[in-house]
Design a protein around this ligand. Sequence first.
Ligand SMILES: *Cc1c(COP(=O)(O)O)cnc(C)c1O
Length: 404
Amino acid sequence: MATQKLPEGLHLDTLAVRTAVDKSQYGENAEALFLTSSFTQPDSETAARRFAGEEDGYIYSRFTNPTVASMEMRLAAMEGTEACIAAASGMGAILLLCMGLLKAGDHVVCSRSVFGSTLKLIGSEFGKFGVQSTFVSQTDLAEWKAAIRPNTKLLFAETPTNPLTEVCDIRALADLAHNAGALLAVDNCFCTPALQKPAALGADIITHSGTKYLDGQGRVIAGAICASEALIREKLIPVQRSGGITLSPFNAWVVLKGLETLGIRMEAQSKRALELARWLESHPGVERVYYPGLTSHPQHALAMAQQSGQGGAVVSFDVKGATPQAGRANAFQVIDSTKWLSITANLGDVKTIITQPASTSHGRLSEEQRQAAGIRQNLVRVAVGLEHLGDIQADLAHGLDLLT
Ligand SMILES: *Cc1c(COP(=O)(O)O)cnc(C)c1O
């Protein structure tokens, strides 16, 4: 598809604002929203060539759409990959990836600490179709290595993880995957390309939930996969055409405009998150804080090297609580004592969000799976937005001060 001609060597902030398909004949400065299911063809011969893939051209919005293409090009440019394919949601993107790359008898090694639905999708749903999987410690490279089998096709990691912000070494995992003839996929939801570029560290595939920071204002559900042009053309586009996990043009347009402010949002939200994490660490109602920007974080040095020196905008913490019952009650008290923070399952919004992972994002896991993932009942997750830090702290203090 035609792209606007941009000079080589532009920086992420510029690519985030400028990368798009060619303008229409009207010369619109803001990218157009093409809300159309299909595209008319000049004649039958052209239609035949386009359907056969012999000529570029838009046909039907399940396959391609200019607004969706702009979002894909922009995200690929920011991730530093050749190509990108959008999907209806972050999970839709991971589904597309698994359907495109795996068949019965193949094996996946995946971190035990990935997003709850990813665990379910790879472990349970794809298990039904004969795809084998092994779940390993996020941070123990030896465990990843030991799990690799001759039929291992894919290593899947997410870093930092949700909600404990555990960090894995992308370059080391990429080497491990490549030595085994497998591919490494990284879910880059928490850092986004503004802070972390997995492709530059050797990852073959980057998955995104566009619902989170890429949109950035909590408006739409969206997803994407960034990878080489060959992988997307040969493995993923055929599944997308037949499977229809397509992103709507409207949602693509919202994400496209969200990407324009991604760099400044991530910087501002990370800055607030670091200050909030330091404050929480010093609060007597808090047992432990999980945030890669803190020197107390077990992979602090790795995170700082891998994430442009920033921790991201998600801070999790264990409140006091001697038993799981007490922990849950205290976590609920901290959450329910807030007056205006959003109690909701999303993250990546400019509105600060607070949740108890054990009963929400990780609620479908068994208690055993939760314990293996380190998600305790007294854990609270805060996805820091753009409000004034002092106001966020004051709202959290209502409940935290009751614990001291
Ligand atoms: C939210 C999320 C997903 C799934 O994205 P959806 O857009 O909700 O389908 C995947 N990975 C991570 C890390 C997430 O936070």
